[in-house]
Design a binder for this molecule. Structure first.
Ligand code: PEP
Ligand code: MG
Length: 574
């Protein structure tokens, strides 16, 4: 028996035998063609077939895991129409007279390298999408028929170097118990899809995974990221019990997903969702969200090659706000900079972009960027429950400056006779230790705080969240971070202001009792995490949670914090 450790990607326990998923090599020679027009037509026919295949994959994705996950394949289909990519292929076929396979693979490799070189986790995971689409077209061009997962006849755990999203979505849940990949990170689409499909998964295990032979017995624990290879009978029995308990708990949680989260002693907290687009709004409502605690607006900017204007933004925000009816939606203003770049903005290179002109700093420096977004938000909020939130605030002066620009936009729109949200609540994200330390002063300037523990952890621990070598230091379970969370909540409550948290910690079952005990008012998370988080809260009393939080604050490392919660809460209440 041995244990391999990877990154927890999708909760759940799977016990079964290994099935190694290996992709066929897409071998081809670089050859010269005689007639570029014929070659171009061959390429276009392959694109046409790829587009039909993607429509089928998309329909299947929507049926098995909802519209949000299907959107990935719509994005893949759009890549087939990408004018720059197509131009590069056409030029290579016409000017270099090379075969379509070589022309496509050269052009997409350039694209992939560009995305990967941006040192941006979001964009480098998009490189995997480009690779996925390219391989699909290459398979068609080469006539390679490949569906090794279709060879599965008995329920198995899939092992792969990497599993492209289009393969992940075709997994037949009755035959696939879960999957593990040697590569990949928790924010890659494959991991997101696994969560959408409800399949236990571990990613980033490393090359040792590829040494595991077919049919080996495995225990996959997607919650802790551990894979037990050839477990003994006692270990299997123990995990079967855990599995049965977890299945029952999740089923009960899903049944009650649309009920509020109220502790055993009657304390209610708000459970809302993190989303980036209208598909996210559907997923949120389906999962039992009571609103949106974080609308990441930068995806609207990242998914295109030029700035969206006020009208486009208004339409996008309005569509989301309408889906949510009267439920609250917190729109976060542009958070560009750090690991999220906008190539078309042509911003100066910075030595330390996470410490540079990011988010509110950029918006204050470039009102021509900020004002259309604020105007669009004010218009979209007319008659609705839309709130605004500024990211990356470090000082009181920034909040005042941002509010002054907001007031300017309000006055302009009123003068223009536009219907707007006149009484919009305004909050800030607490992501910088300075903001947490100055929470008493900041609370006087705003209506609410939302703690962004993803960034608060990286800035508190001085550990880049995108750097795999130090990313584990930047954990929200660090007592240093939890102490800042406590201080922010205390400072806000003294002034009658409410506090949410919208980083990964809010949807992390082991963190929920601590956050509840610290007095958090609103938990905002990825939609699939909602049912279980609600259920955990229902199993606790506020006093129990307070005791756990108090004890956690006294510990000196994140492992001890997790162990404490496991011992004091999960076993007793779930
Ligand atoms: C955070 O920093 O915790 C957060 C929610 O913002 P983002 O992950 O988008 O930086
Ligand atoms: Mg952040």
């Amino acid at each position: 028996m041995k244990t391999l450790q990877g990154i927890a990607a999708s909760r759940g326990i799977a016990i079964g035998s290994a099935f190694r998923f290996q992709k066929a090599d897409l071998c081809f020679e670089r050859s010269t063609i005689r007639d570029p027009a014929v070659e171009w037509a061959r390429f276009q026919a392959a694109l046409d077939t790829a587009s039909k295949q993607l429509a089928a994959v998309c329909a299947r994705a929507e049926a098995v895991s909802g519209a949000e996950n299907a959107a990935i394949f719509q994005a893949h289909a759009l890549m087939l129409d990408d004018p720059e990519l197509l131009d590069a292929v056409r030029t290579a076929i016409e000017e270099q007279c090379i075969n379509a396979e070589s022309a496509l693979s050269d052009a997409s490799e350039m694209y992939i390298q560009l995305l990967e070189s941006l040192d941006n986790e979001y964009l480098s995971t998009r490189a995997a999408d480009v690779r996925d689409v390219t391989e699909r077209v290459l398979r068609i061009l080469l006539g390679v028929v490949e569906s090794p997962i279709a060879d599965l006849t008995t329920p198995s755990i899939i092992l792969a170097r990497d599993l492209p999203p289009s393969d992940t979505v075709l997994l037949d849940k009755s035959l696939v118990l879960g999957f593990c990949t040697a590569e990949g990170g928790p924010t890659a689409h494959t991991a997101i899809l696994a969560r959408g499909l409800g399949l236990p998964a571990i990613v980033g295990i490393g090359p040792d995974l590829l040494e595991v032979a077919d049919h080996t017995t495995l225990i996959l624990d997607g919650g802790s990221g551990t894979l037990v290879v050839e477990p003994d009978e006692k270990t299997v029995a123990m995990h079967r019990t855990r599995q049965a308990v977890a299945t029952t708990v999740l089923a009960q949680a899903r049944e009650r997903a649309h009920e509020p989260a109220i502790t055993r002693d009657g304390h209610r907290v708000e459970i809302v969702a993190n989303i980036g687009n209208v598909e996210g709004a559907w997923a949120a409502l389906e999962a039992g969200a009571e609103g949106v605690g974080l609308l990441r607006t930068e995806f609207l900017y990242l998914e295109r090659d030029r700035l969206p204007d006020e009208e486009e933004q208004y339409q996008a925000y309005r569509a989301i706000v309408y889906e949510l009816g009267n439920l609250p939606v917190i729109l976060r203003t542009l958070d560009i900079g750090g690991d999220k770049e906008l190539p078309y903005l042509d911003l100066p290179q910075e030595m330390n972009p996470f410490l540079g002109v990011r988010a509110i700093r950029l918006c204050l420096a470039r009102p021509e960027l900020f004002k259309p977004q604020l105007r669009a938000a004010l218009r979209a909020g007319a008659g609705r429950n839309l709130k605004l939130m500024f990211p990356m605030v470090a000082t009181v002066a920034e909040v005042r400056a941002a509010r002054a620009i907001l007031a300017e936009c309000q006055a302009e729109l009123l003068a223009e006779g536009q219907p707007i949200a006149e009484e919009m609540e305004v909050g800030i994200m607490v992501e910088i230790p300075a903001a947490a330390l100055m929470a008493d002063h900041l609370a006087a300037e705003i209506d609410f705080f939302s703690i962004g523990d993803n960034d608060l952890s990286q800035y508190t621990l001085a550990a880049d969240r995108a750097n795999a070598n130090v990313a584990s230091l930047a954990s929200g379970f660090q007592p240093a971070v939890l102490r800042l969370v406590r201080d922010v909540i205390t400072a806000a409550h003294v002034q009658g202001k409410w506090v949410g948290l919208c980083g990964e910690l809010a949807g992390e079952p082991l963190a929920v009792p601590i956050l509840l005990g610290l007095g958090l008012d609103e938990f905002s998370m990825n939609p699939p995490a909602i049912p279980l988080v609600k259920q955990i809260i229902r199993a606790l009393t506020l006093d129990e949670a307070r005791a756990v939080a108090q004890a956690a604050l006294e510990l000196d490392n994140p492992d001890a914090v997790r162990a404490l919660v496991r011992e004091r809460v999960t076993a007793a209440n779930l």
